[in-house]
Write a protein that binds this ligand. Structure first.
Ligand code: ATP
Ligand code: MG
Length: 137
């Protein structure tokens, strides 16, 4: 069964949106496989976003992800990767449609509440990066 990696970013945790976000995924019918609250190391944040390491916002992004706890999760279900991305909405909350998580709660591109894997292969890489094997089987 398909799986994806979802992370509620520091702004989503601080704004007390954990229950709201988890509720949306549960109500959609996806299965929660693993979930943990954690403070992210610089090393993990840099690896997670390594595809963006040449962008001007990279160091600010890494600093923000490490700034206070996040909620890391694995969700499972049919087409969960693409459906999650639709539920999350566009990267820039100003462009994200109402009804999406970023459209409803996001403030700016640097404070957009949540991360979701962008493809099945990316999801596999991210799940292996964030979780030990025994946490996700
Ligand atoms: P994520 O990977 O966090 O789910 P995404 O896939 O929608 O977001 P990416 O292009 O992968 O978008 O960018 C990763 C993150 O980098 C974005 O969520 C955002 O927080 C930050 N980011 C992207 N573009 C910019 C930008 N122009 N300025 C500042 N931050 C940005
Ligand atoms: Mg991305």
């Amino acid at each position: 069964m398909e799986r994806t990696f979802i992370m509620i970013k520091p702004d989503g945790v601080q704004r007390q949106l954990i229950g709201e976000i988890v509720g949306r995924f549960e109500k959609k019918g996806f299965k929660l496989v693993a979930m943990k609250v954690m403070t992210v190391s610089q090393e993990l944040a840099e690896k997670h976003y390594e595809a963006l390491n040449d962008k001007p916002f990279f160091s600010g992004l890494v600093k923000f992800i490490c700034s206070s706890p996040v909620v890391a999760m694995v969700w499972e279900g049919d087409s969960v990767v693409s459906t999650s991305r639709q539920m999350i909405g566009a990267t820039d909350p100003h462009a994200a449609a109402p009804g999406t998580i970023r459209g409803d709660y996001g403030v700016s591109v640097g404070r957009n509440i949540i991360h979701g894997s962008d493809a099945i292969e990316t999801a596999k890489r991210e799940i292996a990066l964030w979780f030990k094997e025994e946490e996700v089987n």
